[in-house]
Design a protein around this ligand. Sequence first.
Ligand code: 2AM
Length: 176
Amino acid sequence: MPTARLFYALWPDPPMAQTLSTWAALAQPHSHGRPMRTETLHMTLAFLGQVEREIADELIDATAYHRLQPGSVTLDRYGVFDRPRILWAGPAQTPDGLQASHDGLWLWLSAFGFAPPAQPFRPHVTLLRNIERHDPPASAPPPLTWRYDRMVLVASESTDGGSRYRVVARSRPQPG
Ligand code: 2AM
């Protein structure tokens, strides 16, 4: 059965993505590695992996009806993960609202047969891949507050040039 590799994410607007791209450029001389393309920068809320086409279609239809509680997250630090070797931007502390949205999303996903990951939620935006140092740059640019009111469902497709992300569904913002 054909499958799609899917994840839910917060997607920055173009000015925010541009600023995050600057964060990547500032860290690159320290960390080396490959900058993510500006238009691919995002914060993953739920990685689903390979999903059967039938379930993927159900998720695409249902995503519009999953209301994400609007909130904000302030990115104020660089961090690294050793596996995979990435440098990221993230909050020093996960905001309660974002944690609740993450947990609520996984609860909602359980109706589709998905189980939450064993690891705790570590909100981050990957900026550089294949970094060459274990320590992040000593200081980050001024804090960046990201206000969000919706999430997107993204299909990750492998191409010769790496992963290509395609937004396949969006949640609707809460009625104002
Ligand atoms: P990353 O940026 O830390 O690599 C698409 O791969 C998105 O899903 C990326 O943001 C990636 O996070 C995230 N993700 C979370 N868990 C993953 C996993 N087990 N395998 C691949 N990507 C994962």
